[in-house]
Design a protein around this ligand. Structure first.
Ligand code: ATP
Ligand code: MN
Length: 537
């Protein structure tokens, strides 16, 4: 096997059974990987030097094709169901052997990296890719070891990712040709049939969401995090598209991370070494830090150029609305490294309420905080289909159920305990609609959301009066610097008050219905945090 690049002296690919690759490229630099990607025809260079690639048929994760091997280790610990779909150990072994055979004669790219900025809980990760740009993605998204660390690198977890490898469901036990399978006993993730790079990142997130709470009593969280000059940490939970990445990039605060964090007895730490930001409709004016990070070394996915130029047309969603960029965290000037900070003082639950009924910012008591964390609400705007105008509610426990191998209440219990121990302020922020639902009202201005978060963080909201929302019970500030007071109470922004009341009651009922499955977990305090369904009756 021809081998190039910087290789660990501790362990090679033989330990994985790979002995006949055509060429193994070890830990190439970003410049080398960009050259490889261009030579392989994997992408093109944008005018700012970023590498632009298409992910192929899959432009997002495929949750129905994500499996966990069910064996003696996971059988009684994983919360099996639609999210954590079991996979037979023997089928895994057979598929592994088939994939290794597939890699024979291929040019491979290997990356050694860490997941987890807190050394005590770090995964030592080895990724084997068949595409150079995927390997660059791993360089950008995971934590980069030094040359010295690479020489002594001893991997504890492996990802094998071959997008061109298609499974045969009848033989291999998958649902269709693409798959992402986690094996916690063998410390391996197998990915095939999909070119969506986010499967690697979210695969490792799922791993840490199992091992950290289960083996180390560390809370893992789907949230972004930043820290103020006085060392005050803030974390932002929220489902996809609610603003974790956007709102954590704040020029006045140090960026810890944009998506995945752990909370130990000392504070928070990032799992990753990079950011994966949405770029649909990105402008320099609204999001200068993210815009400027898209330069040499960064990747942009599934975007299109302004015809005749190499200028990315961020408004173009023709491939997918989920266009993305992946860049190392140090591409954001105020990112702090290592990505660790103290215990959070403020927690934000971000939700994009497309019904326009939740207040743009409100303060939650302990029961409400637990209720909303377990509910994990956001709304998806209507699709492009003609005639469908009603937004859809999404409830995803802990604002990230798709990535949680354990039962949601395990994470919720840990968070509840930490909130009580540390006197944290908890805020619910609606980054979605105001003035009416999707189609009638408009999306909350980003500048207003930023101003409200700033006011919460710097204590301005401690000095203002609050009103209780009649349906949701949450406390809404009556004023906020740099935000028009009339938008703070959502009912005031609707011209049709009866329509607001009806929509709010409707959403409240959906919250309560969704919560029924957590009845065993709910105590009186949490139940008191639920919205009031019959408030208008
Ligand atoms: P993911 O988990 O998929 O990474 P995310 O929570 O990080 O999602 P963002 O990437 O921050 O979500 O996406 C929020 C999107 O919504 C951005 O495109 C942003 O420009 C847009 N947006 C519009 N108005 C607001 C607002 N008021 N607050 C936050 N984001 C807004
Ligand atoms: Mn994000």
């Amino acid at each position: 096997m021809l081998e190039k690049g910087l290789k660990s002296t501790v362990k090679g690919l033989e330990s994985l059974g790979i002995a006949h690759a055509a060429e193994v490229n070890w830990n190439l630099s970003p410049a080398e990987l960009v050259e490889e990607a261009l030579a392989n025809g994997e992408g093109t260079l944008t005018e700012t030097g970023a590498l632009m690639c298409d992910t192929g048929k899959f432009t997002g994760r495929s949750p129905k094709d994500k499996f966990i091997v069910k064996d003696s280790k996971t059988e009684n610990t994983v919360w099996w169901g639609d999210i954590n779909i079991p996979f037979e150990p023997a089928k895994f072994d057979a598929l592994y052997a088939k994939m290794i055979k597939h890699l024979e004669g291929k040019k491979l790219y290997v990356r050694d990296a860490y997941a987890g900025a807190d050394e005590r809980y770090q995964l030592h990760l080895r990724v084997v890719n068949t595409q150079a740009w995927h390997n660059l993605f791993c360089n950008n998204m995971f934590i980069r070891p030094t040359e010295e660390q690479i020489k002594k690198f001893n991997p504890t977890f492996t990802i094998i990712n071959a997008p061109e490898f298609l499974a045969d469901p009848a033989i291999d036990g998958t649902r269709q040709s693409n798959f992402a399978i986690i094996n916690f006993s063998k410390n391996i993730i197998l990915i095939g049939g999909t070119g969506y790079a986010g499967e690697m990142k979210k695969g490792i997130f799922s791993v840490l969401n199992y091992t950290l709470p289960h083996e180390h009593k560390v809370l893992s969280m789907h949230c972004s995090a930043n820290v103020g000059e006085k060392g005050d940490t803030a974390i932002f939970f929220g489902l996809s598209g609610t603003g974790k990445t956007t709102l954590s990039a704040d020029p006045h605060r140090g960026l810890i991370g944009d998506d995945e964090h752990g909370w130990t007895e000392n504070g928070v730490f990032n799992f990753e070494g990079g950011c994966y930001a949405k770029v649909i409709d990105l402008t320099r004016e609204k999001e200068p830090q993210i815009f400027d990070a898209i330069r040499f070394g960064a990747i942009v996915e599934n975007t299109r150029y302004i015809p005749g130029t190499r200028s990315v047309d961020y408004a173009n969603g023709s491939v997918t609305e989920n266009t993305r960029t992946a860049y190392p965290i140090n591409f954001i000037s105020n990112a702090i490294e290592p990505s660790v900070a103290g215990t959070p003082k403020n927690i934000f639950f971000l939700t994009a309420d497309a019904f326009g009924v939740l207040p743009p910012i409100s303060k939650l008591n302990a029961g409400q905080a637990m209720f909303h964390f377990i509910s994990g609400y956001t709304a998806k705007v209507a699709g492009t289909e003609v005639g469908i105008t009603e937004p859809q509610t999404t409830f995803s426990a802990c604002f990230g159920a798709a990535f949680l191998p354990l039962h949601p209440t395990q994470y919720a219990e840990m968070l509840g305990k930490k909130m009580k121990e540390n006197q944290v302020n908890v805020w619910l922020v609606n980054t979605g609609w105001t003035g009416g639902p999707y189609g009638v009202g408009s999306r909350m201005k980003l500048s207003y959301t930023r101003a409200m978060i700033t006011a919460a963080l710097n204590g301005d909201l401690d000095k203002v009066g609050f009103s209780q929302n009649a349906v949701f019970g949450v406390s809404m500030p009556n004023s906020c610097p740099n935000v028009p007071a009339e938008i703070l109470h959502p009912r005031n922004t609707w011209s049709d008050k009866a329509a607001y009341d009806a929509k709010a009651a409707d959403l409240a009922a959906k919250f309560v219905k969704n919560f029924e499955k957590y009845a065993d977990f709910a105590n009186e305090e949490i139940l008191a945090g639920a919205p009031k369904v019959n408030v208008n009756a």
